[in-house]
Design a protein around this ligand. Structure first.
Ligand SMILES: Cc1ncc(COP(=O)(O)O)c(C=O)c1O
Length: 410
């Protein structure tokens, strides 16, 4: 599959697109809008991650893609799940995961949520405050808790740095409280921010973990695991101006491997590692087949003329993350040699935030596109189905289709 030229004016460095054969086939034959997942690609991504970080327990953050077939595929491969609510726990169990391969990874939960998770068989809970850990002791007695440490979020597209996690000395207090309340102070966790683009983001988190493990040892608390959270990047995104985001994945894995070795050396008991990847496993293996609503040309408030490409898919039905990134697009049937215009891309709703790069950054679009023409939106597999409205402007969520490579098709 040859992809059309990218960028606005100047040619950009070629990068192999994340389009696998099953995705291309399914996108080509789709007669209407949908989101398509390549299950074989997701399996390979999972295997590749395990190859980079051998022995790590992978718990897929299912909020990134709560699609039953995807969860079933990962569970069958041996993945566990990071669940953020009783409903997600139920979905993970349905996918075939054992309760002891699911943890409740949300630090925000009510008494009822905790009791329900316990009833469903979950025995490991994230926490970050004395109030929460006390509630876990009351409603899920005798279970295991891991304390989330705050991180700076620098280097990530979404920092996740204020709402969750506590300072190292608070973590010591929280886990000491857990122990006194009959819980097992089982671990520490971090989340370096979603789509973390730097090795330094991980290094800082690992330094914080090292200091906290040492402080815990001083209180006689020896966690059995460290949860390194999510944050691993997808490879196929573009920034808001349309430039490829090129995360230094090899460096990130090197930092992680070295950091794990260092942390192991700090504890007197064996230390296991958990990771909760979300987007890294699914983003590049999902694509949206949308269609053109219309290509228009209008005078803007500043007096300039602008082309706008309105699509059937936008922020509220699959492309929620367009505030921080853009997706590579393919206009099938259009050749790179034909005339292109620079157009601002926007979704179909009445909301003016429903536009790529806040409606400021143009994208190369074939001048001849017509209403109804198909458009493929790549690397759209993460947080697409979960961050979708249920009927804003009467627009329904995209139907979801899962396909497979050589081993067969769903
Ligand atoms: C606790 C937790 N773990 C894992 C993830 C997955 O993050 P990512 O998609 O960046 O890997 C998230 C995302 O918000 C999260 O909140």
């Amino acid at each position: 599959m040859r992809l059309p030229p990218r960028g606005r004016d100047k040619p950009r460095r070629a990068r192999s697109g994340p389009l696998s054969e099953p995705l291309v086939t399914s996108l080509t034959t789709a007669a209407s809008d949908r989101i398509i997942y390549d299950l074989t690609g997701i399996e390979h991504q999972y295997d590749a991650l395990l190859g980079e970080l051998p022995g790590t327990h992978i718990r897929f953050a299912l909020k990134a893609c709560p699609v039953d077939e995807v969860l079933h595929t990962l569970a069958a491969r041996g993945a566990g799940f990071d669940a953020a609510s009783p409903a997600e726990i139920t979905q993970a169990l349905h996918a075939g995961a054992q309760p002891n391969h699911i943890h409740y990874g949300n630090t925000v939960k009510s008494d009822h949520d905790i009791a329900e998770a316990h009833r469903l068989g979950v025995r490991t809970f994230a926490t970050d405050s004395v109030e929460d850990v006390t509630a876990v002791a009351a409603h899920a007695p005798g279970t295991r808790v891991f304390c989330r440490l705050a991180t700076g979020g620098d280097g990530a597209l979404w920092g996740l740095n204020r709402k969750f996690g506590c300072a190292p000395d608070d973590a010591v207090r929280v886990l000491a409280t857990a122990r006194a309340a009959g819980l097992t102070p089982a671990g520490l966790s971090v989340h370096v921010g979603s789509q973390q683009m730097t090795g330094e983001g991980w290094q800082q988190a690992l330094d914080t973990l090292a200091g906290t493990l040492t402080a815990l040892a001083g209180r006689g608390i020896v966690p059995d695991h460290v949860n390194l959270g999510g944050g691993l990047p997808a490879l196929g995104y573009q920034d808001r101006q349309g430039n490829p985001l090129d995360p230094p994945l090899d460096k990130i894995f090197t930092v992680l491997r070295e950091g794990m070795d260092r942390l192991r050396g700090l504890t007197s008991a064996p230390l296991a590692f958990v990771m909760e990847p979300g987007r890294h496993l699914v983003a590049d293996h999902g694509a949206v087949r949308a269609h053109v609503s219309r290509l228009t040309r209008r005078r803007q408030p500043d007096g300039t003329e602008a082309h706008w490409l309105y699509l059937s898919c936008g922020k509220f039905n699959g492309l929620y993350e367009m505030d921080q990134l853009t997706h590579r697009m393919v206009f099938p049937g259009h050749r790179g040699s034909e005339e292109y215009v620079s157009a601002i891309v926007a979704g179909p709703t009445c909301d003016s935030d429903d536009a790529w790069g806040e409606g400021r950054y143009p994208v190369r679009v074939p001048r001849s596109v017509r209403s109804g023409d198909p458009v493929w939106i790549l690397s759209a597999g993460a947080y697409a189905t979960s961050y979708t409205t249920q009927g804003f402007n009467g627009i329904r969520p995209l139907p979801c289709v899962c396909v497979r490579g050589q081993e067969g098709r769903h």
